[in-house]
Design a protein around this ligand. Sequence first.
Ligand code: ATP
Length: 471
Amino acid sequence: MLLLEIQNSQLTIDYQDIEVFLASRIDMDNLVSLCKRRGLIFQSSEIYGGINGFWDYGPYGVTLKNNIKQFWWRRVVQWRDDVVGLDTSIIAHPQVWVASGHVAHFSDPMIDCKKCKRRFREDDLFGGTEGPHEKEIVSKEKIKETKCPECGGELTPPRQFNLMFKTHVGALEDEGSVAYLRPETCQSIFAQFKNTQIVSRQKIPFGIAQVGKSFRNEIAPRNFIFRSREFEQMELEFFVKEEESTRWYEYWVKERFQWFVDLGIRKENLRLREHTKEELAHYAKGCTDVEYQFPFGWSELEGIADRSTYDLNQHMKTSGKDLNYFEEETKAKYVPAVVESSLGVERTLLTVLCDAYDEEEVKGEKRVIMRFHPEIAPIFLAVLPLSKKLEPSAKKIDTGLKKHFTTDFDVAGSIGRRYRRFDELGTPFCATYDFDSETDHKVTIRHRDSMQQDRIAIDHIETYLRDQLKK
Ligand code: ATP
């Protein structure tokens, strides 16, 4: 295993993935510094030396993230008749996490170095890094033989470490006031299944979707934002008749793969990986990960699982409440099975950043371009007056178009430098207002990818850009 330190973020690469890393179009070092330079992602609390596993999203990062969430919400909720949304609290009744099994089982085995006190995930020392790895039971002998990769010290046997962040609700800090920051968003969807189904008048099959923060006290946060301690999830729980779950599971695996293709991710960098029987939870009938070929190797982006009736059954048992579904037509009462799709916003963002990054040579100079899908680009249009004198007229155009698109306005520096800046921010179009614009009432629209330039009447910019979006 190779451990790289890049701007306080750790990048672990398996030896077998070094080739992928070296051959990849982008190295993480460049990406991390571009993200900082262009106001996409900052290290959290940087002025205090940072805090491992937490990240802040700058002016363009927050827009890019919001656009990704909207891209998901539109396609998974808004454009469908059979999915409704929900927004639940981050802190729930602690019994939710007893029912889900997180209090008892949501842990990773960790190993400490007795000398330097560094803590490692067992997986990392004995089973590779991110991505699929066969879980093997590590023998005591093997641990004894293995030394700390940092200082060569002796290692402790693996111990279970619960990944949930604990807090207290109310003034008293005792056992009775313990609560948890949610480690996934889906459990409150199950807890609100009945309320949501009744008010939305949805019939099975139907889904409930949610986007929100999740927290996991990861032992080894790493690979930039890939494994964070605070992150967001976009989750869909699709409720079906148990005998139809396989069909729906297969349907959602296809749908979800296509979603990434629609987002503009190159097909050759995506793959589906079906879990082996040994990897499956005892209640699950099937599970497939969507994986992306990151610079550090193939790793999980999203999990799609046929979870049978397990989740609702668990909440019925623990709460004592009836969560059966009543089918009007047949008068039958049953517990629906669940097909889940669970995706991280930050992992999608990292995928988009890695996949969109491109470099080319133009007139002997390096051009860095983020080829974002126009629907998610943090700035859709940059309005650029050629000279300071033209600022007032150009500003009017920007103000008018702001209501329709996310725009940015920039007067500083040479036009070439400004184009480079917006290329790096993945801005699909720049509108340059020059001295001729004062008389012909036209601007030059420059396309990010082809660098093609079109002269367009100011009154037609909006229609022109909308037409480009349809292409
Ligand atoms: P991993 O094996 O990588 O820890 P997981 O199998 O525990 O992931 P799930 O519990 O299935 O992950 O979570 C669903 C999705 O939430 C993941 O596919 C991923 O996109 C996202 N996710 C999970 N943990 C993290 C994290 N620490 N940081 C960022 N995203 C995460």
